[in-house]
Design a protein around this ligand. Structure first.
Ligand SMILES: Nc1ncnc2c1ncn2[C@@H]1O[C@H](COP(=O)(O)O)[C@@H](O)[C@H]1OP(=O)(O)O
Ligand SMILES: [Mg+2]
Ligand SMILES: [Mg+2]
Ligand SMILES: [Mg+2]
Length: 358
């Protein structure tokens, strides 16, 4: 991808996601070894806070005037000294294996207090004005815990429009031609896994192995959605969690489209990355709750990566996702992502199945 704009933003976004992914992988493997308690939610908490601090440190160093909308806030950390110490222990020596790249990110965080302060820099209300970064330090926490899919997600919006997106997916196969997959499992190695997807508006999307060193920002492998004219041959993916999207409605839509393959269930924005590279074709996220508002950090990077790969992403009403309202997608309901050429047909069937509820 040749860039005339947003080159520095993309470079920093990719490196920041790489560095945060090193931390999440360390947490996962330490959990397996038993050094981090695996019987409660603490691995998630440690990974979430640690990754968010590292990403915000990199953004603040490079773009001190930009606003940040991040999922986590530090209240819990402030009242738990043990948790704070555990996280700091990991954060203080998580770095890229490349001094120049580490320098670009501003090097290590100064101390534990600075770490806590950084976490709270992600408290912007969002909105339609100026430069705003959206961070989900670990998306797919349930997947993260079970060795399934999860993603470290970062996107830059300018005046409410997503311009740059980066998604680190440590448990996806590097191979763009690999089938859709649920993850590496509890005890497997990382061998052959770890993908970094990215996109810049108007410049396409790429994938590359998720590494620990510096990178040439223009050297990723261009990806595109599969050209599919016969929807009965499509593969569709959906959340693992029935509480996050309606498996029942999605099955009814799939059946109406004549899709014969079983859906592939995977956690996180790894679904957006997977369809963007043609490992699957359609991602459906139909609402289970009338009141739940999707969060911008759960969709911003994936939305851009899919659209830059030849896809369309809308809600169930056919409206593009609107990132300009605030921290949530308050103006949208559900997600329908598919190759541009067939998106209209998929949406038609979504609306048929949901007609009783629309
Ligand atoms: N009722 C809900 N509907 C849709 N998404 C939800 C709901 N509750 C939580 N989520 C979010 O779904 C995301 C994971 O999606 P997926 O199932 O595709 O992996 C998480 O970020 C999670 O947010 P949270 O982090 O607040 O739990
Ligand atoms: Mg999330
Ligand atoms: Mg999260
Ligand atoms: Mg969460």
């Amino acid at each position: 991808m040749r860039l005339d704009k947003y080159e520095k933003e993309l470079q920093i976004a990719q490196l920041a996601v790489q560095r945060a992914s090193i931390l999440t992988k360390r947490v996962f493997h330490e959990k397996a070894k038993g050094t981090v308690d695996k019987n409660d939610k603490s691995p998630v908490t440690i990974g979430d806070f640690g990754a968010q601090a590292l990403i915000i440190a990199a953004l603040q160093h490079n773009f001190p005037d930009d606003a940040i909308v991040a999922e986590e806030e530090s209240a819990k950390l402030k009242e738990d000294a043990n948790l704070r110490a555990t996280i700091w222990d990991l954060v203080k020596d998580t770095k890229l294996d490349d001094a120049a790249a580490e320098e670009l990110l501003g090097g290590p965080i100064k101390d534990v207090d600075a770490m806590v302060e950084l976490i709270d820099k992600g408290n912007s209300p969002g909105g339609s004005q100026g430069r705003i970064w959206a961070i989900d330090p670990i998306d797919g926490t349930k997947g993260f815990l079970r060795g399934g899919q999860y993603a470290v997600c970062l996107a830059l919006m300018v005046d409410g429009d997503v311009k740059v997106g980066a998604l680190g997916c440590p448990n996806l196969p590097i191979d763009n031609d690999a089938r859709l997959t649920a993850g590496i499992g509890e005890n497997q190695t990382d061998e052959g896994h770890g993908v970094l997807f990215s996109a810049v508006q108007g410049h396409g999307a790429t994938s590359r192995p998720l590494a620990t060193v510096n990178l040439d920002v223009e050297a990723g492998t261009p990806i595109s959605m599969r050209a599919i004219d016969d929807l009965t041959k499509a593969n569709f993916c959906e959340s693992v969690e029935a509480g996050h999207s309606s498996h029942g409605d999605q099955a009814a839509i799939s059946q109406k489209l004549g899709i014969t393959a079983q859906s592939v269930r995977m956690d996180s924005q790894a679904k957006y990355g997977s369809i963007a590279r043609g490992a699957g074709d359609i991602y459906l996220r139909l609402p289970v709750s009338a009141t739940y508002q999707e969060k911008i950090w759960d969709h911003a990077a994936g939305d851009l990566i899919v659209r830059e790969s030849g896809g369309q992403v809308t809600d169930i009403h056919g409206k593009r996702l609107d990132f300009s309202i605030g921290r949530t997608l308050a103006g949208n309901k559900g997600v329908v992502a598919a190759p541009l050429a067939v998106h209209g047909k998929v949406l038609e069937v979504v609306q048929e199945v949901l007609s009783a509820k629309l």
